[in-house]
Write a protein that binds this ligand. Structure first.
Ligand code: HEM
Ligand code: NAG
Ligand code: NAG
Ligand code: NAG
Ligand code: NAG
Ligand code: NAG
Length: 347
């Protein structure tokens, strides 16, 4: 989003008409940017026809050496979209005067930046200053999850994808750690907080249930969920929404403390499938936010319906929800810029 509330003109407060017009402008810029107006399929068809192939080839080559790379790539796009819209803000480095999203405290344990940087370098060779970092994130997330789903293994074929991605996003100028803390949902969140958080991005309870399926791949640090294992809500015990037998397993995995990580779906953390929902249904979701899906009719029904539906129906739902998430707060047209280096604003 281009509007920076912190720097809203201070004089507005004393002038009701200007203040009203300013609010209308804010609202319309919000509505306009939030519905993805200006994005389209194949935005780079003329300006950089090989754009999607270059991203796919890059993701393929990292994935073929290390399939765990797909999870961080998927997560990066989510974190980008939920803070200031999908504008590449998650990629910006901190500066002397500004602590960026990627350095939010506690830091976001994000990874995969090197893949985005490699794709960007290759794109700058072929089509300088043309493809935005925000679009690279959206494409890389799509390619990563498609590879994890077993599509087009090892061969660069952009049509072997779970879904198609609209492009035309532009890169923002601002990245603030404080906004990451304010806008990203907590792993300890309850269902009402999660629905409100997604709702603020115009994503529904169903979108929440579908997108949480991203936790089919990847790992988590123990410190991201270990409050569930001890002194939960000030009481002495284990989170009552967690299967106690599973809690004991997690406690043994996490014993050494600190940097330890664990697969979110044990034994299947590089395969994108519906095993996540089987775990959640058995009260073995890793985070409270996963368990919380059982506390609302819509999200609960979605979890249980996965147990009886073919995987392909989840893939279709996931693709639509990702396309919707990929439109949140985008900058298009003349807004923002096309960064030359994803970690730095131009100039
Ligand atoms: C519903 C609210 C969500 C919460 C509270 C949440 C929270 C978390 C947390 C705490 C981690 C572990 C980080 C760590 O300790 O290393 C994680 C990992 C992950 N999240 Fe989420 N997440 C949510 C939604 C999403 C969505 C919508 C996506 C993507 C569409 C996503 C994709 C991922 C992936 C792929 C990982 C694994 C990353 C890796 O292996 O490096 N998450 N999430
Ligand atoms: C951004 O920060 C990372 C981590 O500190 C560093 O490795 C990288 O070189 C920086 N990128 C630029 C372009 O300064
Ligand atoms: C976050 O902190 C951990 C541990 O201090 C470090 O290994 C990791 O590289 C950091 N991540 C980012 C994105 O700064
Ligand atoms: C993908 O494209 C290739 C080459 O253009 C074609 O041979 C293949 O049938 C296509 N696959 C799908 C699933 O559309
Ligand atoms: C859910 O979490 C929010 C924010 O942490 C809190 O204000 C609210 O009381 C909680 N709701 C329930 C039903 O526990
Ligand atoms: C965990 O990390 C903290 C601070 O980083 C350190 O003081 C402590 O000794 C570590 N504990 C273990 C069990 O490694």
């Amino acid at each position: 989003m281009t509007v920076d509330t912190a720097s809203a003109p201070p004089k507005m407060a004393g002038n009701p008409i200007a203040g009203f017009l300013f609010q209308v402008a804010m609202l319309s810029s919000l509505l306009c940017s939030s519905n993805g107006h200006g994005l389209k399929m194949g935005f780079y068809k003329q300006s950089c026809p090989q754009a999607e192939t270059i991203v796919r080839t890059t993701v393929d080559s990292f994935f073929s050496h290390d399939p765990t790379v797909s999870a961080p790539l998927l997560r990066l796009h989510f974190h980008d979209c939920f803070v200031r819209g999908c504008d590449g803000s998650v990629l910006l480095n901190s500066t002397r005067k500004n602590l960026a999203e990627k350095d939010a405290k506690p830091n976001l344990t994000l990874d995969g930046f090197y893949v985005i940087d490699a794709a960007k370098a290759a794109l700058e060779e072929s089509c300088p200053a043309t493809v935005s970092c925000a679009d690279i994130l959206a494409l890389a997330a799509r390619d990563a999850v498609s590879l994890a789903a077993g599509l087009g293994k090892g061969i660069a074929m952009t049509n072997q994808s779970l879904y198609q991605v609209e492009t035309g996003r532009r890169d923002g100028f601002v990245s603030r750690a404080s906004e990451a803390e304010a806008h990203l949902p907590s792993s300890y969140a309850n269902i009402s907080a999660l629905k409100a958080n997604f709702g603020s991005k115009r994503l529904t309870a169903r979108d929440l249930a579908v997108l949480s399926g991203a936790h089919a791949i990847g790992n988590s640090h123990c410190f991201s969920f270990d409050k569930r294992l001890k002194r939960y809500h000030g009481k002495g015990g284990i989170d009552p929404t967690l299967d106690p037998h599973y809690a004991i397993k997690l406690i043994s995995k996490c014993r050494p403390g600190n940097g330890t990580t664990t697969e979110m779906v044990p034994g299947s953390s590089t395969t994108f499938d519906t095993k996540y929902y089987e775990l959640v249904a058995k009260r073995r979701g890793l985070f409270h936010s996963d368990a919380a899906l059982l506390h609302d009719k819509v999200t609960r029904d979605y979890v249980f319906s996965r147990l009886k539906s073919p995987e392909s129906s989840f893939f279709a739902d996931f693709g639509s929800a990702m396309v919707k998430m990929g439109k949140v707060g985008v900058l298009t047209g003349k807004a923002g810029e096309i960064r030359k280096n994803c970690a730095l604003v131009n100039r």
